[in-house]
Design a protein around this ligand. Sequence first.
Ligand code: GLU
Length: 485
Amino acid sequence: MKKIITRFAPSPTGYIHIGNVRSAIYPYLAARQSGGTFILRIEDTDQARYVEGATELIMDTLKWLGLEWDEGPEVGGPHAPYFQTERKELYLEWAKKLIADGRAYADPTDSDTIQSYRDADNAKKIPYLYRNHRPENIPEWQPGIPIRFKADPKPRKWHDEVMGDLSAGPEVQDDIVLIKKDGLPTYNFAHIVDDFLMNVNMVARGVEYLSSTPNYLALYEAFGIEQPLLVSLPHILAPQGNKKLGKRDGAKSVTEYRDDGVLPEAMLNYLACLGWNDGTEQEIYTKEELIEKFSLDRIQNSGARYDEVKLLWMNGQWIRKLVDEHGIDKFYERTLAFWPDSAKNYDDDYKKRVFAIIYDRLKTLSDLREMTGYFFEDPKFDIEQLLNNKFVKRFSEQELSSLLGTTISKLEGLNNWNEESLKVALNQLLEATGKKPAELFSLIRISVSFAPFSPALDYTLDVLGKETTMSRLNKVKNALLLDQQ
Ligand code: GLU
């Protein structure tokens, strides 16, 4: 298998949201599968869109997802530097080579004049192409003058690994700007030079670059560079409508999901499978499995719809998988940031016991905050909530206090308070009272937790302990008795 040398080349213009992180995942998988190289290159030549701190955020995101890079910021590499602004001189040298070959020119035309060309073409209803307005007198290049490519418009054909065989006519090829007035290169130019110098043989990026590809082909040709494999990734679509998922549709940053208790394993799995599958029904993939099974030819060529419900489902699956495979002790560390404040007075062993009985109900780790409060402090006492429960409702308050009375004396008599003995006692209570589990257990469960649901009752009471269980049951019973007076 050919070693894939590829890159993720984000522009530091903000956080990485879930719509664009796939452009990192697929190249990473292809590089790892082939024993190749995954490069991180920061394309920071658009100074107007530069956002302070964005590079760090991008690197944090990649590290969190487990997409370590072989070359790039922090790790260095044979093609350093990996920030394009630090490579400025290089692009100029390459642009000058094209000038020397008659394939580029210094263009002093000011922006008002360029706009007037555009307006005139629009008025004549002809497509605006700068090459129809090439200046007659070309000056010697000097700093402050942009450099443009001299297009060689002709029919072009190429293959895209996702989109298939493509072609374009001369009408889309133009004299694109290579070096801007500020001396920095455009994306269109810089990435061609860098990909070549970094030996990149696969370029995977958003489908929005497809329309510029004929101009890139012309540049490869002008330099005599072999074209890398081109992989255009379809958009991730917003949950509604037919548009690309954007920050405005709530496309959160990847790190926000991390802070909400989504696991990197689940995020990687979900995003990798959004628009790619291996042809089987498998849904849960480890990173190693993705590396093994990934193939470019199974990337879908139409947009995949983002579905947060599915992501959260997958996260729940991953929580269970990791706990079941590695045990609570090992997983517990990952939960530390997600407990309710009231848990801080409790030791790790107690929290591990709570976690052990609740983890299989979590969708995200932050669910711990909403779902475990009653293990750490008395829940908000709300007798109406109890009385409105659809099973509890079936009984009068008198019956309820008598049921609680029977329960209390049964549990009070338990010498060994553990899951086993509780299970037996609860079953005996069902027999003695003749009530259905949903009826009697809802009454007990709500009385001790005032939560919409809880883990199995015997587990819950076991973890809560005898003292807390009895005091909460008594409190409810007394309230019901008071009501009756
Ligand atoms: N800097 C471009 C972007 O952030 C990267 C496109 C590419 O991967 O070549 O969209």
